[in-house]
Design a protein around this ligand. Structure first.
Ligand code: PLP
Length: 466
């Protein structure tokens, strides 16, 4: 048997990885030629790789390690739960303490009457659940023709057939025959890229009204729900204009359409409040949760459901024929519960709001003075900068979209900073516990990377507008 060890030379690990491990969202052959970067340990906001580099993780893994890496409390809770009750299901009229306690805690933290939790193993699964939930809800209400779910282009809702269909990522739809039937997409509120000569406020209203037009086109009697991320994450940390969400809310209310807020990234403190819906002033019927729920220490997600939707389905006189082996997995639930406890005990929301956000905001916005940067956005601790050859006109580069972003990301990697690129936009989502001095390191490495990227573009003649 192959020993799993951190002491194999990097080259050998890379060769085994290339031979046997197929990576998500990756061109396998290109990675095999280059060799994966191998992360061996992590503590706080820093990763260590197999070559001993200390890398500041500006993405908290994949937007999830909100309390930072290497928490002993969470390790101990997991170990204890494995000994006490490693697994039991919640299908056949049984329950267990971690699933119960976590659901009660989520209900306490969630706004309004979002009082019921259906567990999944991930955000994608939870969004698949949401498709089942909203269609079942309208069935029970005697309106089985209300099936269509309206979503946004460039939204991200996961990678299962359902999740990727709800999402509006064209490279994902292009593979595997997506979207599945009865999911339709409207435009995104991405003013920087698509706003033309409109003000952000005008553009926000215009994009929200695409929902109304789509409902009118299909007929409200066919539309089950609208789903959106309060702030698009994987799409490039796109903060909608202030006019957008109030108008979406008005339209959902007017036509009796269920509103699903996908809070997988924005939940549990990322925007400075418990949920992005609170930050953006939305009243969803269902929220999708995952990622920060356990700070990524264990895989768990779920749907948080309002009283009316829950009572309708629970009182239908029939089973809800849906569930996962690992719905409410006791180890994951115990870890998530402890994670929520840490966020409260350590006042992490207060830290985000009063310390980390204001400090990072000042330094992040100053990046907009860099010759390569157009706008710099930051809500709570999720931020983005738009790279552009000409800020005045918000121009795109002449090179294929993503060329410049990828070059910038590679400079960041070389400078021991994880900052991701989405097209030619750079994004961050650091652990919520990041301190001002760690923010200084982040900004210093980001600035150095932008400088190097800019110099490289200049010398390669790529500083050209489309
Ligand atoms: C990551 C993400 C998902 C998918 O979650 P997984 O745990 O990767 O399945 C869904 N929605 C949003 C908004 C996400 O960012």
């Amino acid at each position: 048997m192959t020993q799993i060890t951190n002491h194999l030379p990097t080259k050998e690990l890379q060769a085994l990885d290339a031979a046997h491990h197929m990576h998500p969202f990756t061109e396998g052959a290109a990675l095999a030629r280059k060799g994966a970067r191998i992360i061996t340990r992590a503590k706080g906001v820093y990763l260590t790789d197999s070559e001993g580099h200390q890398i500041l993780d500006g993405m908290a893994g994949l937007w999830c390690v909100n309390v930072g890496y290497g928490r002993k409390d969470l390790a101990e809770v997991a170990a204890r739960q494995i000994e006490e009750l490693c697994y039991y299901n919640t299908f056949f009229q049984t329950s267990h303490v971690p699933a119960i306690a976590l659901a009660a805690e989520i209900a306490k933290l969630a706004p309004g009457d979002l009082n019921h939790v259906f567990y999944a193993g991930s955000g994608s699964e939870a969004n698949d659940t949401n498709i089942r939930l909203v269609r079942r809800y309208w069935d029970v209400k005697g309106k089985p023709e209300k099936k269509v779910i309206i979503s946004r282009k460039n939204g991200y809702h996961g990678s299962t057939m359902g999740g990727a269909s709800l999402g509006g990522m064209s490279p994902m739809h292009a593979q595997g025959g997506l979207p599945i039937p009865d999911i339709v997409h409207i435009g995104q509120p991405h003013w920087w890229a698509e706003g033309g000569d409109m003000t952000p406020e005008e553009f926000g209203l215009m994009r929200a009204r695409e929902l109304e037009a789509k409902i009118e086109e299909l007929g409200a009697d066919r539309v089950a729900a609208f789903i959106g991320e309060p702030i698009q994450g994987a799409g490039g940390v796109i903060v909608p204009p202030a006019t957008y969400w109030p108008e979406i809310q008005r339209i959902c209310d007017k036509y009796g359409i269920l509103l699903i807020a996908d809070e997988v990234i924005t939940g549990f403190g990322r925007t400075g409040n418990w949920f992005g819906s609170q930050t953006m002033g939305i009243r969803p019927h269902i929220m999708t949760i995952a990622k920060g729920l356990s700070s990524g220490y264990a895989p768990i997600g779920g749907s948080v459901i309002c009283d009316e939707v829950h009572e309708t389905i629970a009182g239908s006189g029939d089973d809800f024929n849906h569930g996962y082996t690992y719905s409410g997995h006791p180890v994951a639930a115990a870890v998530a519960l402890k994670n929520l406890e840490l966020i409260q005990e350590e006042n992490i929301l207060h830290h985000v709001k009063k310390v980390a956000h204001p400090y990072l905001m000042e330094r992040w916005q100053a990046l907009a003075d860099h010759p390569l940067v157009g706008e710099a956005k930051l809500v709570g601790l999720m931020g983005s900068i738009a790279l552009t050859p000409d800020k005045a006109t918000r121009a795109k580069f002449a090179s294929e979209a993503g060329t410049v972003g990828l070059r910038c990301r590679e400079r960041c990697f070389a400078n021991n900073l994880v900052m991701r690129h989405v097209g030619d936009r750079m994004i961050i989502s650091p652990p919520l516990v990041i301190t001002p001095s760690e923010i200084d390191v982040l900004i210093e490495r980001a600035t150095k990377s932008l400088d190097e990227c800019y110099a490289g573009l200049k010398s390669d003649g790529l500083l050209v507008a489309a």
